[in-house]
Design a protein around this ligand. Sequence first.
Ligand code: ADP
Length: 609
Amino acid sequence: MHSLLKFITCGSVDDGKSTLIGHMLYDAKLIFADQKKALELDSKVGSNDGGIDYSLLLDGLMAEREQGITIDVAYRYFTSDRRSFIVADTPGHEEYTRNMAVGASFADLAVILVDASKGVLVQTRRHSRICALMGIRHVVYAVNKMDLVDYDEGTFENIRVEINKMTAEYDFSTRYLIPVSATAGDNITKLSERMPWYHGKTLLAYLEEIDVTDNTAQDGFVLPVQRVSRPNREYRGFQGQIEVGEIAVGDDITVLPSGNVSKVKSIYNMMDKTDAAFADQAVSIELEDEIDVSRGCVFVKDVDLQVGKMFTARILWMDDTKLVEGKNYYLKIGTNTVPAVVINIKYKMDVNTGDKLKTERLFKNEIAVCNIACSDPIVYDKFSEHKDLGCFILIDRITNMTSACGVIEHSLRREGNLTWHEMDITRKLRAKQKGQTPKTIWMTGLSGAGKSTLINELEKRLFAQGKHTMVLDGDNVRMGLNKNLGFKEVDRIENIRRVSEVAKLMNDAGLIVLTSFISPFAQDRASAREVIGNENFIEIYVATSLEECEKRDVKGLYKKARSGQLPNFSGISSPYEPPKNPEITIDTAGQTVEESVDYLLKELTKWGC
Ligand code: ADP
């Protein structure tokens, strides 16, 4: 059987990616006859002097894409006499970097195009860096458009020196340069007579011969659990694809992150019962013991994987909105998805020079090293050790878009040195002593909606009932704990994070916490809910309308905001995102404070307060 090479082509618009691959397919007779005829016809009306425009071969795919189904990366399959290929063709549009990263994550080799007439550009550096980041070990630089520089050896040699300098820091196992002309077909499938000074291989020959076998193959057995299947009461199977190694009935298995151990009772490969299964097979495994396993757990045998919440990673930011330290995302790694926060950006890379630059935010297409904390322990490994459990994506929680892809460099030692001390007097005991259920009552709403007024009255009523309470008020907190924070986005996120952590500690102390923060962004409130715990969190949306709040204008802030003196004022010069599913909603317009509080107390009892 032919061996398979998965590769990606990288280049900017007009670098000649499509022409290059198109030419290779054409010369090697890898296209259908009628397709060839169509191509000749098309090219006659095209602009290529009646010659064949090879880019039409691949660009034909674009039209299909534009029919409506969005396929960001198109995969082409072709076979030569010596090898089979899959090439990821990534459209060179605005979203190029994103598509390229997706393509690169699948490929063993990258063909990076360099325009001989322009030399090594920022894009060339960016493409090389992304390939290195995504773990590509083999790179071919196709120095294209040699016809435009009269097939000059000196030009090619200068580019070689630049590329050698650039790639010195990357961990590429092989790197090869070929001078080509994609339109004229030099050195694509046949050695060019116009470049007798070149003694290397043609692109096709090189791609047919290169050995990309990964010698770092891992020992042991790894299977990330994708699904728990329970077709009947007798059978509970854990389904997934074996990533590393093999497994047999009777083998011991450790389930991570819990560390629970069991034995393999049965294995199904598709519908067939079998005694053993191997890497790349999709299987269903039944265990001897009833232990807790869910999607995202990993079955292992004789292998060391990390289990933890914090690590350092190298990421490529792909979102139109910038990354801000402290913002909450979903992190998807293997079959697991958990809430996660980029705690801090250690530095971003200057793609040109490789310099490390200090920053608090990251814009589209930038690469950075940062520390990430997940809300729950995940199973992972260094990317250099284990490709599949070493790379992840970050997903925006509101838009559901992939915001970044990243690879794990190492776990954070900080985490290893911290241990959560379990005390004898627990939260439950403290709460019991106070005779109440600790909750955090989180009031959100526009300025002037009535949050502070209601919190104040509510606390008095709870206090009178003998409840133990504490109020966290936005302005008050900013005068003490958070007095070093301003109103920029990073500060706003940190403000809510600290308040949430404090509220949680107070709940641990057995107290009912009442908070009054405008907290205009759904994401911040979601983070607070996460920290405090969904079961302890009661969100009250004080839904008094903007008109009513502005009419009240207790602090004169609306007047100021309207005259442009308050740049980030929620509801006027900055958005307020109303909660979608608050536990309680109240509109205070036309109600006395007492009526409002009566209503809230009644509602709160329904939520166990
Ligand atoms: P916030 O804390 O949301 O900025 P405040 O509590 O400071 O709002 O201001 C709300 C204003 O609305 C106060 O002047 C309050 O007396 C008035 N108000 C009128 N009716 C009500 C009501 N039913 N509940 C709360 N406040 C009310």
